[in-house]
Write a protein that binds this ligand. Structure first.
Ligand code: SAM
Length: 221
């Protein structure tokens, strides 16, 4: 059995009882970064063998993990924060496990885009998750494709690219497009800034850009 176990995106209180139990019952835990996950596992008294499973070894590691799963081991995958395979390693393993007839379960739990979308106040009956935009190659093509998108769009963005991204969104979607930026969700300095893209640009030109960000943009009318 392969479990994908979400872990908190900032606030340890968001760890679920079931996540703790499944991790304690696993034979092996795969972590995106074993050093990042060590304090979390220690905090919840989870003492298990932990192996690294990150984007650099994901392709190579899959075959060996599948072998362990076929032997009947229970393996749990965690990422540094949030739900594994959501802008994090995991997809290749899930796809291969399904192909091999292994049972896969993803526990419900923390992920950054759902609270950002819900607290944005933007329509959420239909939305599209865009994750991180390509940094260079393919970025402008992706943005062009999104100009006609009618659903609310959700992006992950790093602090040092945020302002540039707001400016690009203004170019493609227009300065008056409603949007929302949530930072530090579930943490001490959590805040959600809502307004037009022009208003968000003004805000972040005049305030420090620190922390982790989810960017929601209304779809085209
Ligand atoms: N697997 C994670 C999930 O389920 O949301 C996402 C991992 S991705 C590598 C990290 C990105 O998620 C950050 O750059 C940021 O865009 C977003 N993120 C993660 N934690 C966040 C938080 N506490 N507040 C705002 N955004 C967050």
């Amino acid at each position: 059995m392969l479990y994908l176990v979400p872990t908190p995106i900032g606030n340890l209180e968001d760890m679920t009882f079931r996540a703790i139990r499944i991790l304690k019952e696993s034979d092996i835990i795969l972590a995106e970064d074993t050093r990042t996950s060590a304090p979390l596992l220690k905090h919840f008294g989870i003492e298990k063998k932990v192996f690294a499973h990150h984007q650099h070894n994901e392709h190579k590691a899959v075959a060996e993990i599948i072998r362990f799963l076929k032997e009947g081991q229970t393996i749990s995958l965690i990422s540094d924060a949030g739900t594994p395979a959501i802008s994090d390693p995991g997809f290749l393993l899930v796809r291969e496990a399904i192909k091999e007839g292994i049972e896969v379960q993803c526990l419900p739990g923390p992920t950054a885009f759902v609270p950002a979308l819900v607290s944005s106040g933007l329509p959420n009956d239909r939305f599209c998750f865009e994750g991180f935009l390509p940094v260079k190659k393919g970025r402008q093509t992706r943005l062009k494709q999104l100009v006609e998108e009618k659903r609310t769009m959700i992006f992950y963005e790093s602090p040092h690219r945020l302002l540039k991204t707001i400016e690009e969104f203004i170019t493609y979607f227009g300065a008056e497009r409603p949007a929302s930026i949530s930072r530090e969700l579930s943490k001490l300095y959590e805040e959600t800034i809502r307004g037009t893209l022009a208003e968000l640009k003004l805000h972040f030109e005049n305030n420090p850009i620190k922390g982790e960000f989810v960017f929601c943009v209304a779809g085209a009318e």
